[in-house]
Design a protein. Structure first.
Length: 412
């Protein structure tokens, strides 16, 4: 059974990690001269940074319904090749209209990745394992941001922003074939897992599903008060996360700072996020707590953003420490949060419901990426964007606190 952890989960982790390269390296390209070379205004740059999430929002639910009904394996294989090609194309485009289209198509191709991966995880990991497995999956975000910040900074400085995009689009295309070779949609389809282990795992997962109150269909799931509350909560959470992710290099860069230094500093919050995410997920699995570990993290992140707002631009290092705390606390609760979703949504509607929640997160990501970019451009500083992200996270914390405990099927 350990092969699920030593072989399957690393493949899932790397595949999801590769979807984050093109989400965050745009800010490095903009800071490294793309905006100046293509004569992109602050408003156009904000729109380009956020168009990805509009495509992500529009096509998520259809993509996940396909994945759940047919094959997650096939969907992700095609996605890896598609988003790798589109990411590399960013470095070849000179017409801003094509750049708009490229960023929108990237969002479409990657739209079903996270919810499809979460459905796949729910088919492979039991309740007592799920927060750690999901945390390891979502670690693909901060872990990629960690090494991508270092790599993108030096590639942009040494080879220019075009070659940075071209080079960083190639790994997903190559990795697609590793994914195809090693991943199976369900335990019973995995030749590398002994038959006895396959049967035991499938039986355990089926037993856990019997404890979850049923839903008739996708329409019932989409109208569920729990799903609506979680969709609103995730929308607000994502405003903070992606306002931070997309524009962190621009927030940190000063007039006398080179791109290599920006990359090094940008990596620090993601290192803290990796540590925080592993710690909170492990605590969640061993304590059985889920949402009670989530909302305090949002409050801490909001306070850190508010502290950065109060400090302004005159205390760089103190503000940098607070940004590191904010980044770590926004990422820390992903493991228990996604474990909670798998434990309150029955398997027949889980994919669509998670897609709805995540699509609202994509809409929040669009608002965060666009709003932070616009506020930074209009005000000339990051103060007002810090305030915007703090406010969104406080309301998200309140909604998370209100989330009901898992509903159980009535027993006779």
């Amino acid at each position: 059974m350990n092969r699920r952890w030593t072989m399957l989960l690393p493949v899932i982790f790397i595949s999801y990690s590769l979807s984050y390269l093109d989400r965050a390296n745009f800010s490095f390209g903009a800071a490294a001269g793309m905006a100046a070379d293509l004569h992109i205004t602050a408003a156009q740059s904000s729109l380009l940074g956020s168009l990805f999430f509009l495509g992500y929002f529009c096509f998520q639910i259809p993509g996940v319904i396909y994945a759940q009904r047919y094959s997650i394996k096939k969907l992700i294989f095609a996605g890896l090749i598609g988003w790798g090609a589109l990411a590399s194309a960013t470095g070849l485009i000179s017409d801003i209209r094509l750049l708009y289209l490229d960023r929108f198509l990237l969002g479409i191709v990657e739209s079903a990745v996270l919810p499809a991966m979460l459905v796949l995880q729910a088919r492979w990991y039991t309740r007592s394992e799920r927060a750690r497995a999901n945390a390891f999956l979502v670690l693909g975000n901060p872990a990629t941001m960690l090494w991508m910040s270092l790599l993108s900074g030096y590639l942009a400085a040494g080879l220019g922003w075009r070659w940075m995009f071209i080079i960083e689009g190639l790994p997903p295309i190559l990795w697609a074939f590793v994914w195809w070779r090693l991943v199976a949609d369900r335990p019973r389809e995995a030749a590398w897992l002994p038959a006895a282990d396959r049967d035991a795992l499938e039986a355990k997962l089926a037993e856990e599903q019997r404890d979850i109150a049923p839903m008739a269909n996708y329409a019932a799931a989409f109208k569920s008060p729990r799903v609506i509350l979680l969709a609103a909560q995730y929308f607000l959470w994502s405003i903070g996360v992606y306002g931070f992710v997309i524009w962190l290099p621009s927030m940190l860069k000063t007039a006398d700072m080179g791109m290599g230094e920006v990359g090094l500093l940008s990596a620090v919050p993601y290192l803290a996020a990796v540590i925080a995410e592993i710690s909170v997920a492990t605590w969640s699995d061993f304590s059985g707590k889920r949402m009670s570990l989530v909302w305090p993290c949002f409050l801490l992140a909001a306070l850190a953003f508010y502290g950065s707002y109060l400090l302004g631009s005159t205390h760089f290092w103190a503000s940098f420490v607070l940004l590191t705390i904010a980044g770590a606390m926004m990422y820390a609760p992903y493991g228990p949060y996604f474990a909670y979703l798998s434990e309150v949504l029955p398997a027949n509607v889980a994919g669509g419901a998670i897609a709805l929640i995540n699509s609202m997160g994509a809409l929040g990501s669009f608002v965060g990426a666009y709003g932070v970019g616009m506020l930074n451009g209009y005000t000339g500083s990051s103060g007002m964007s810090f305030l915007m992200m703090a406010t969104a996270l406080i309301v998200s914390a309140v909604l998370t606190y209100m989330a009901p405990a898992p509903a159980k099927r009535a027993t006779s």
